[in-house]
Design a protein around this ligand. Structure first.
Ligand SMILES: Cc1cc2nc3c(=O)[nH]c(=O)nc-3n(C[C@H](O)[C@H](O)[C@H](O)COP(=O)(O)OP(=O)(O)OC[C@H]3O[C@@H](n4cnc5c(N)ncnc54)[C@H](O)[C@@H]3O)c2cc1C
Length: 214
């Protein structure tokens, strides 16, 4: 059994591994539609505060967060092809300009401030139609012969991803693997005291006829 958990490189790894498992077979269809996001690092300028605001140019949510004594400003969303090519992680001039312009609108004195660093990463988004910014952040577990690929998802959904991967492994190995304990096991570093439920029941919510519940 092989578990491919190579994030944005999942399609490339799938293609490479499947070609060695099934020589001559065509490359599998990519399941990802990755997007690059860059961040700029500045000297701290928000006195330790995190700030969120909306970009004027496209309405995206931008942020400044304290980052090891500095300020991290992000981010962008630019589609890149999958399998990922060598230059996919290179930040473009437009991305840097976009972040700098939007930052200077919100914090005019950063206009003259040189960025200390630029970071770049690629999000492993599942391929869906429509704008890449609205692409699904869901994950998929793909079974291909003796290989299982975990694709998509977010840091915040890693437990769900692991649970689904273990369930797929159990199917593939006919339950030799133990059932995932994720549902019963709290997150590490959870609050030490249990969260108390409200003692008084909430008043019933009155809904007018035909009111939407979504
Ligand atoms: C710009 C940006 C913003 C994000 N924002 C959020 C957010 O707001 N909230 C959130 O929860 N998550 C966020 N994420 C996280 C992201 O969406 C993914 O969930 C996360 O990066 C995927 O984790 P992963 O373990 O699947 O892949 P990765 O963390 O990329 O790990 C894949 C690993 O596989 C290795 N690898 C690749 N090829 C091979 C190979 N052939 N052999 C061996 N190893 C290999 C790589 O070196 C890497 O270590 C963000 C990511 C980016 C880039």
């Amino acid at each position: 059994m092989l578990i491919n958990a190579t994030g944005p490189w999942s399609d490339r790894t799938r293609a490479e591994l499947l070609s060695s498992l099934r020589p001559g077979a065509p490359d599998p269809e990519p399941v990802l539609r990755p997007s690059r996001g860059i961040h700029l690092v500045f000297p701290a300028f928000t006195q330790g505060h995190g700030v969120l605001w909306f970009a004027r140019q496209d309405g995206r949510v931008l942020f400044v967060i304290p980052f090891g004594g500095h300020a991290l400003v992000g981010t962008t969303e630019v589609e890149v092809a999958s399998p990922i090519a060598g230059d996919a992680l290179t930040p473009s001039v437009e991305e840097v300009r976009y972040l700098r312009e939007e930052l200077a609108r919100a914090f005019p004195r950063t206009g003259e401030m040189p960025a200390l660093a630029v970071t770049s990463g690629v999000r492993p988004l599942i391929a869906t139609p429509g704008a890449v910014g609205a692409a699904s952040r869901e994950h998929r577990v793909i079974e291909e012969g003796p290989m299982l690929t975990v694709a998509g998802g977010k840091y915040t959904t890693f437990r769900l991803i692991a649970r689904d991967a273990v369930a797929a492994l159990r199917r593939m190995l006919s339950a030799v693997v133990q059932r995932s304990a994720t549902r019963a096991r709290p997150c590490p570093r959870r609050p030490t005291r249990p969260i108390r439920r409200r003692s008084r029941p909430r008043p019933p919510v009155r809904r007018s006829r035909g009111a939407s519940t979504t």
